[in-house]
Design a protein around this ligand. Structure first.
Ligand code: FAD
Length: 431
C-alpha cells in the first residue's frame, strides 16, 4: 500500500468519452482515481459528436443471440456489420454483449438524462452534446474522481516488481488505463500519442487509418457536382471484382473532390485499409434505388417516344423532375461520351444503365482531421475482452478508440467507448 498523496489506485490517461466513463464506473467509496488530460479541459470531442447533438448509442448495438463461438447483432438500419477490427475475432461483440445499447441508455438515465429515440439513433432529449459531457463531468465531481488537465505525461514506466506504474516519477498508481482515443480530429486532443505509450509497453499497433470520412475520387466531373445531395445505394468493389465488399444506402453528397455523406462514411471503414494496402477500388452508385431497371427504362422510353421529333437526347431535358440538374448534366454527358453512335430510341437503356450503375473511382480518404474515427490501433489479440486488461502487462488497461475496434456511423463508436469502459471497470473496481 502506497500512501503518498500522488499515489492512486487507478490513473486514467485521457479524459474523453471512455476515460470519463471508466472513472465513473470504477469509482468505489474507498478507491482514489485520477484522470490525466493533456487538453485544458476534458471531453472536447464529445462536444462535436452527432453534429453537436451527441448520438450516444444505437438500438442496433444489441447482441440478440450469443453462443460460445458467435454473436448475432440486432439488424441495423444499414444492414451492415457494426464493428471492424483487423483480427475479426469477435472482440467488440464480446464487449458489447456485456454492455449493450439498453445498458448504455440506463446508465445515462441514471445520470439524469432523458433519451431521445430517432429511428433507433439515441440522443439526449436536450439534443445538446454539451449536456452529455456535463452529466459525465458532474458525476466525476460528485464521486470524487480527481481530474488533472493540461498535463502531458512524458515518461510512463512500471516498477520492477510490477506492482505500480509511475508517470514522470510525479504520479503513481496500482493500475493504469490508456484512454487517449485514436488519431481522428486531433484538434480535440486525440493526437495519436497514446499509441506511443502502448508501444512502449510492447503492444502491437495495427497501422491507424482515417475512417468514417469522405473519399477522394479521380473522376473529372466532381467540380461540376459539388453540392449535390441525393438518396442512393452505393456498392464498393475491388477493381475487377464482381462481388461488392459493402453495399449501403443513404443520402449521398458530392463535393468538389469526391463523395461524402453517411453511406460513404460507412464504405470508408473498408476502403481506408484497402487504399493503405495499395488496392484499386470502384464505387458503383445506383442514383435511383427506388426504381427497378425495367421501371426506369420504361419511363425514359415513354419520354423519348413522345419527343422523338425534337432529338430528345441532345440535351438533358429527359432527366427533368428525375435527377438534380447538375447530376443530369453529368449523367447525360457521360452517357453520350460512352455511346456516341446510339440511336435516340436506344437511350432509354443507356440512361438507365448509367443511372443504376454510375461509376466513381475513389483513390484515398480525406485526412485524419476530417475523419470521425480511426481504423486500427492496439491489436485486439493483446487485450482480454472480458476485462480490457493487457495480455502483456498486468495492471495495464485500454478503453475506447485507441483499440483496433471501429464502429459504423450512428452511435456505435460512443457505444464502444461506454462498453469498453464498462468491461474495464468491472475488473478495476475489484481492489
Ligand atoms: C466530428 C465527430 C463526430 C462524431 N460523432 C459521433 C456520434 O455522434 N456518435 C458516435 O458514436 N461517435 C461519434 N464520433 C466518434 C466518437 O467521438 C469517438 O469514438 C469517441 O469520442 C472515442 O472516445 P475515446 O474516449 O476513446 O477518445 P476521445 O473521446 O478522443 O478522448 C481521448 C482523450 O484523451 C486525451 N489524450 C490523448 N492523448 C493524451 C495524452 N498523451 N495524455 C493525456 N491526454 C491525452 C484527449 O485530449 C482526449 O480528451 C464522432 C467523432 C467526431 C470527430
Amino acid at each position: 500500500m502506497n500512501n503518498s498523496k500522488n499515489h492512486y489506485d487507478i490513473i486514467i490517461i485521457g479524459g474523453g468519452a471512455s476515460g470519463l466513463c471508466t472513472a465513473i464506473m470504477s469509482k468505489t467509496e474507498t478507491n482514489r482515481i485520477l484522470i490525466i488530460e493533456h487538453n485544458d479541459r476534458v471531453g472536447k470531442k464529445i462536444l462535436s459528436t452527432g453534429n453537436g447533438k451527441c448520438n450516444l448509442t444505437n438500438l442496433g448495438c444489441k447482441v440478440i443471440s450469443a453462443s460460445e463461438s458467435s454473436f448475432a447483432f440486432a439488424e441495423n438500419a444499414e444492414g451492415i456489420a457494426p464493428y471492424y477490427s483487423a483480427n475479426r475475432d469477435g472482440f467488440a461483440e464480446t464487449v458489447i454483449s456485456a454492455f449493450d445499447a439498453d445498458k448504455a441508455i440506463a446508465f445515462f438515465e441514471e445520470l439524469g438524462m432523458i433519451p431521445l429515440n430517432k429511428n433507433g439513433y439515441i440522443y439526449p432529449r436536450s439534443e445538446q452534446a454539451s449536456s452529455v459531457l456535463d452529466l459525465l463531468r458532474f458525476k466525476c465531481e460528485e464521486l470524487g474522481v480527481e481530474i488533472l488537465c493540461g498535463y502531458q505525461p512524458v515518461k510512463i514506466r512500471q516498477s520492477k516488481d510490477k506492482a505500480a506504474f509511475f508517470i514522470d516519477e510525479e504520479y503513481s498508481c496500482d493500475r493504469l488505463v490508456i484512454a487517449t482515443g485514436g488519431q481522428s480530429a486531433s484538434k480535440t486532443g486525440s493526437d495519436g500519442s497514446g499509441y506511443e505509450i502502448a508501444k512502449a509497453f510492447g503492444h502491437q499497433i495495427i497501422p491507424p487509418q482515417p475512417a468514417l470520412c469522405a473519399l477522394k475520387c479521380s473522376d473529372p466531373f466532381f467540380k461540376e457536382l459539388a453540392g449535390v445531395r441525393t438518396d442512393a445505394k452505393l456498392a464498393l468493389f475491388e477493381w475487377n471484382s464482381k462481388e461488392p465488399l459493402m453495399t449501403v444506402s443513404g443520402n449521398l453528397q458530392f463535393n468538389n473532390y469526391g463523395i461524402s455523406g453517411i453511406p460513404v462514411f460507412q464504405l470508408s471503414l473498408i476502403a481506408s485499409r484497402l487504399f493503405a494496402e495499395g488496392h484499386e477500388l470502384l464505387v458503383k452508385i445506383d442514383l435511383l434505388p427506388e426504381l427497378s431497371e425495367e421501371e426506369l427504362s420504361e419511363i425514359f422510353a415513354k419520354k423519348i417516344r413522345s419527343q422523338l421529333k425534337n432529338n430528345p437526347v441532345a440535351g438533358n431535358e429527359l432527366f427533368l423532375g428525375i435527377l438534380n440538374k447538375k447530376l443530369a448534366n453529368v449523367v447525360g454527358k457521360e452517357s453520350r461520351k460512352a455511346h456516341p453512335d446510339e440511336k435516340p430510341e436506344d437511350y432509354a437503356f443507356v440512361y438507365t444503365h448509367m443511372i443504376k450503375r454510375f461509376k466513381v473511382h475513389p483513390t484515398d480518404t480525406v485526412s485524419f482531421e476530417e475523419a470521425q474515427t480511426t481504423l486500427g490501433g492496439v491489436s485486439t489479440a493483446e487485450i482480454d475482452p472480458e476485462t480490457m486488461e493487457s495480455r502483456l502487462v498486468k495492471g495495464l488497461y485500454f478503453t475506447g478508440e485507441i483499440i483496433d475496434v471501429s464502429g459504423i456511423c450512428g452511435g456505435y463508436n460512443l457505444q464502444w467507448a461506454w462498453a469498453s469502459a464498462h468491461a474495464a471497470s468491472e475488473s478495476l473496481k475489484k481492489s
